[in-house]
Design a protein around this ligand. Structure first.
Ligand SMILES: Cc1cc2nc3c(=O)[nH]c(=O)nc-3n(C[C@H](O)[C@H](O)[C@H](O)COP(=O)(O)O)c2cc1C
Length: 279
């Protein structure tokens, strides 16, 4: 999670066959595409034109933002609240798997040509392609555009703890010390990717330290929502993925629940999403 960052410029080096095989194996195991929220997203590997390997390859528009992608992972899911959460969760897990293989990735939900990808997939009624990621090896020396893009979305500018995490109620910041064993899982939420780097997660830890409630602070008039689906719900799925994987690695047992604790919101744009309950 710490190693992953958005890569928009790739080397022309083809993806190693072993890395391709590992991802295909990952995608073939259904449990990898099934998260805790229901609705199994479809994810496909598509070679980029002139990329390595067989397959027809395609010229897929990422509006010049992505250079030398060798392949893409393309996701599809029903356009529903929980399905979008699930999509964020499963696609992030896949992105972390790819990161572990040494591949660069970049969540892309806005700046790509949906139609060109939709032609390659068989979308069922009500399904959308919320996001894709290019794959390849990161070019060390970044292009000016890459640097500019990171600057524009303030990608290296992640909000501090006090802006994201609250203790018992909104308006009362949670310190890493007070978070105890959950400090690392929370930190993994903080450093995660989000659409336009809005970091719309707001988390409240319960007074007994047994629960963490996840809220979505909707960005008013967010451009990403004008694509016909709630892009920021995906960000919550990403946060849930990072949080749960960190808990698991630390041996902290728990489960997801959806039961609004009724904590008074300090913004009309806050929406309760889910809670992690320690067992
Ligand atoms: C749901 C989602 C959609 C995104 N859409 C785009 C996009 O359309 N174009 C783009 O260049 N980056 C996109 N990003 C990448 C974010 O800008 C990036 O994650 C954020 O700036 C933080 O930087 P980092 O990933 O390097 O930590 C998206 C990220 C997420 C999670």
């Amino acid at each position: 999670m710490e190693k992953r960052k958005s890569v928009r410029t790739y080397e022309v080096t083809p993806i190693a066959p072993a890395a391709h095989a590992s991802i295909m194996e990952y995608l073939a195991a259904e449990e990898n595409l099934r998260g805790p929220f229901g609705g199994v997203p479809g994810i496909e590997w598509i070679w980029a034109k002139n990329g390595a390997g067989e397959g027809k390859g395609m010229k897929l528009g990422a509006y010049g933002i992505i250079v030398n992608p060798q392949a893409y992972l393309v996701g599809s899911v029903r356009n529903e609240k929980l399905a979008l959460l699930e999509f964020g969760y499963t696609f992030q897990k896949l992105i972390l798997h790819a990161t572990g293989l040494g591949l660069g990735t970049c969540w892309i939900g806005g700046t790509f040509n949906r139609k060109s990808f939709a032609r390659e997939l068989e979308l069922a009624e009500g399904e959308i392609i919320p996001c894709i990621t290019p794959l390849g090896y990161a070019r060390e020396k970044q292009r000016l555009l890459d640097t500019t893009m990171r600057y524009v979305v303030k990608a290296d500018n992640k909000k501090p703890w006090k802006d994201l995490f609250c203790d018992s109620r909104f308006g009362q910041p949670l310190s890493p010390e007070a978070a105890g064993e959950l400090a690392v899982p929370l930190e993994m939420v903080r450093i995660g990717p989000s659409a336009s780097n809005k970091q719309p997660w707001r988390l409240v830890m319960s007074p007994d330290r047994r629960q963490v409630h996840f809220y979505l602070l909707h960005t008013p008039n967010y451009s990403g929502n004008k694509l016909g689906f709630q892009m920021q719900r995906i960000d919550i799925g990403i946060a849930a993925c990072n949080f749960e994987l960190a808990c698991r690695e630390l041996g902290i047992a728990g489960a997801w629940t959806m039961n609004d604790p009724g904590i008074e919101a300090d913004s009309p744009h806050l929406e309760y999403m889910l809670s992690y309950t320690l067992s």
